[in-house]
Design a protein around this ligand. Sequence first.
Ligand code: BGC
Length: 704
Amino acid sequence: MGRIDTLLAALTIEEKIGQLNMVPAGQTVTGPGELRDVHEGIRTGRIGALLNLWGADEVRAVQRLAVEESRLGIPLLIGLDVIHGHRTIFPVPLAEACMFAPDLWEKTARAAAEEAAQDGVAMTFAPMLDVARDPRWGRIVESPGEDPWVASEIAAAKTRGFQGHDLAAADSLAATAKHFCAYGAVTAGREYASAEVSERTLREIYLPPFSAAVAAGTAAIMPAFIDIAGAPMTANAPLLQGWLRGDLGFDGVLISDYNAITELLNHGVAGDLAEAAALALNAGVDIDMTSNAYVRGLPEALRRGLVTVTEIDASVRRVLKLKERLGLFDDPYRRGSAVLHAAKAAKRRELAREVGRRAIVLLTCRAGILPLSPEMRRIALIGPLAAAPGEMLGPWASAGRALSAVSILEGLKAALPQCRINHAPGAAVELCADAEVVVLCLGEAAAMSGEAASRAALGLPGHQRELAEAVFTLGKPVVILLFSGRPLALPWLFERADAVVATWFLGSEAGNAVADVLTGRFNPTARLPVSWPRDVGQVPIFYSQRPTGRPTNEDEHYTSKYLDVPATPQFPFGHGLSYSRFGVLDLRCSPSWVKAGECVEVSATVRNDSQVDGEATLFLFVRDVVASVARPLLELKGVRKIVLAAGQDGQVMWRLPVEALAFIGPRLDPVLEPGRFEIHVGQSADPAEHLTAVIELGRRTEPA
Ligand code: BGC
């Protein structure tokens, strides 16, 4: 018998349920409920996993209890939300998405895994793959943005990064793709609310990132807290058992979200804990995170015949298998034993600075305002977030230390030693009197986005608008640094400021990254992974709208639009300025007549039309012009970055497999329909600046 069969044969039913029980250790708090003493539960085999714990010594102490003092010595699984870095904090996920750089998405996950594993952590509850189109929802900050193709690329890169080449390695973490699925579609952006999503939209938008995570080998998946049209995901057998385990063949661990099994009672689908536990287990949920519902409900569910030991065994087997894959049986202490290597720590800070500046989106910029002139001698740096290092870390940064983060004030001082930087957090208009430029830091505090942080309005909190208005009346050039975990609807600000820079929450190196961009040491290249609304009334807002029978026309009454704001976003998906100016010249598709199994080579010439070296970003969209189901006006299929010296031309190229033109057909399975497709290449999702070509997909000629 192998190790796992031997253990299964030896475990009592209480110990089996213990293997499915994950309990909070309380080093950080990420959900409701009382903390319990965990030591006795570990010794008696009633707890098989802990979350919210890190630190080599802390983890070793509890692991020793499990390995040396519990009856069968099964090691604990230690999980933590390692979301955007661990000790070194990288930009929040929405900001990282702005990089459109799979290699860097992977690198930051790898660095985070190395650090967290050195702290004894074996599993991260990341990547978060919820496509998010409603900035009222606070968790948009943790998301890959609005597009399923981008979310799928991030799923693959992050899974590779966290898990490394070998899950058993001392620096690898088990990844958890979450929150399965459609959590981003909660009604009116209100946290934990129900989602109403059609079967088609599930398949087109919300499921693909999870397929990508499974294809990349994710060790675990976390069902979302929410229900879709009355079916809570924690008990959603058709999607968990049917689609994930059945259709995709996912045989990893399903771990509930925090307290989610007990919350099936609040959802109104279970009458007591035995029913809740049975619903979750039968749907395929292996680990109960924090709700104690398996411990309290499964024995009774067994008595009532709601579950069988075979199902419990199947879950225990998957959990033990994960522990085995993580190398925990061979050496339970392999994580948490490496010494933090100073040189590597310095490299991670460099990486944090590099990704920080690559995540900064230059939203608006009047000519000549940025980069700041090297002659600049006097800057007024104003606003509540100018000298707030802890805020720079953003939400979900529990092991990050506020004091080790670089504030904007520190970053600017270091970058501009010749300059006098006068700083005040609030109404310091007099401070601006002799300034050549005012840098005004506005936005949300870190805790205003993330979990349980939905907002009904998308404006600036507190009295920040008054502060901004007072500064504008001085008539000085004003550069706004806009900190937020979501797009904020601030048309008045975009109108009046000389430049607006979206700085999100950039992590440990925030101040240096911002200074690099403001001084021109780094030429911005980030692009928005979300459409940025003008008004909260436009949300949900996203570029891949379906056509309407009455397309928007401001001059025609009976067309699709609003009376009070334009139908277009403030900034389209993909928007982001640079100190260079690029043009797309020439688009070619070859061949222009294709069949299934073939590829179209799409190429475009890009020109740097400016005096400044820079990096351009090109998006490839397609539109299926006539299909059996109306297809979106644009669908993203690829992104390319190209570095071009001032005045230089370059080529970008994609090999687009014809299968990428398939869609979910009338019977809800993938179909490839012949006909005309538009190929668009541009620097954002704004179709007005696209170059467009047409290809024809012919009927496959079957051999006679
Ligand atoms: C969140 C998850 C997180 C878990 C553990 C929950 O409240 O929804 O995203 O992984 O807590 O901290």
